[in-house]
Write a protein that binds this ligand. Structure first.
Ligand SMILES: *[C@@H]1O[C@H](CO)[C@@H](O)[C@H](O)[C@H]1NC(C)=O
Ligand SMILES: *[C@@H]1O[C@H](CO)[C@@H](O)[C@H](O)[C@H]1NC(C)=O
Length: 336
């Protein structure tokens, strides 16, 4: 055979091979997830958000044994508003403040590989003074859009924007990330199984000390919070977070006053609305965590602020909404 023909044959064989073996197979993913769901202890979470029933006293009845100040009518209107958003793609909302090196490394890592369902990256440039860089298109064609805030506030990451086109948002700090292949897996898990939960990697648990004070701690066998430095949530929850509802205004003020607790607030809000715990999902690799030694979470005021949010936020929401769970999903945990 002439050399050219041999080259063409090898090329065609490679194309065929990659088509058969490397293309994503949605049916295979469904089978994987079915196995994961069988393994999982709680099988009641939903792949779509529910409308809340409201009793005559406006108390939400989704979680009948709990008190809450969630406004069911307001929630239902927000849920309806978000129903038409894209379901099969997600948006990264990445918050950053004056750490260009760390931001650059994180962007290189998450944009360096093709993530099939990633639609856009919005960078919340939490710095009213230094101008944000120019928007750009990643080498895989993902638009990266900077949004400069008028105030350096932790609430800004959770602020909805007309420009967001997907139901799923990946709330993202500049120093942590899922490796790209894991990011797709976690998104698909959120989409098929847990749209009514906060889905992420770093888990914590609420515990009551001997004086009855709530604290946020660790446990090897249960959790009730996943840290919002890296979580998928339905956009309806961030819409609710930013409503003019008096409870939500008070919570946003509280977060600004403490420069803390937006993560706990988001977990409490979602559990208060859906009566579901969060869901921990890990990748094949551990998520990368570049948090430097000096950060909000290591400052001296931090433990006091954490105690404040663990105890004051439930009062604002009408009761402790957090729910324990032991369920955890890991990419590659099953023989798929
Ligand atoms: C926030 O701080 C201001 C000023 O100190 C105070 O008036 C307000 O009550 C605080 N709000 C909350 C929710 O803690
Ligand atoms: C959650 O579960 C853990 C482990 O079983 C337990 O220690 C903790 O007290 C529980 N927390 C609540 C609020 O039930």
């Amino acid at each position: 055979m002439p050399r050219k023909a041999v080259t063409v044959c090898i090329f065609l064989a490679l194309v065929l091979y990659s088509f058969i073996f490397l293309s994503p197979d949605p049916a295979a993913f469904d089978r994987q997830l079915a196995k994961a769901a069988t393994y999982a202890s709680s099988a009641h979470s939903k792949s779509a958000l529910a409308v809340l029933e409201s009793s005559p006293d406006k108390k939400v009845t989704n979680c009948p044994d709990k008190q809450t100040k969630i406004d069911a009518k307001l929630w239902n209107s927000i849920k309806k508003k978000t129903d038409s958003l894209l379901d099969d793609k997600f948006t990264i909302l990445l918050q950053t403040y004056r750490r260009p090196d760390i931001l650059g490394r994180t962007l290189d890592a998450i944009l360096g590989e093709h993530v099939p369902s990633l639609l856009e990256v919005h960078i919340i440039w939490n710095d009213p003074e230094i101008p944000a860089p120019e928007n750009f298109l990643s080498k895989h064609g993902v638009p990266v859009i900077y949004r400069q805030t008028t105030k350096n506030s932790l609430n800004e990451k959770l602020r909805p924007n007309e420009a967001y086109r997907t139901k799923a948002v990946l709330l993202h700090d500049d120093d942590v990330y899922y490796h790209p292949r894991d990011m797709e897996f976690v998104f698909q898990t959120w989409r098929k199984k847990a749209q009514d939960r906060v889905v992420g990697a770093f888990a914590r648990m609420h515990v009551q000390n001997s004086e009855g004070v709530w604290e946020l701690g660790f446990s090897s066998d249960a959790y009730s919070v996943v840290m919002t430095g890296l979580v998928f949530v339905h956009i309806a929850f961030i819409e609710y977070y930013w409503t003019e509802d008096p409870v939500m205004k008070q919570i946003r003020d509280f977060v600004d006053n403490l420069t803390n607790c937006e993560d706990v607030a988001m977990n409490m809000l979602v559990s208060a609305i859906t009566c579901q715990p969060p869901l921990q999902v890990n990748g094949l690799k551990n998520p990368s965590n570049e948090a430097p030694a000096i950060a909000i979470s290591t400052s001296a005021a931090h433990p006091a602020a954490r105690i404040a949010c663990m105890n004051d936020l439930p009062v604002m929401l009408g009761g402790m909404p957090l729910i324990n769970t032991t369920e955890s999903i890991k990419h590659g945990q099953f023989d798929w």
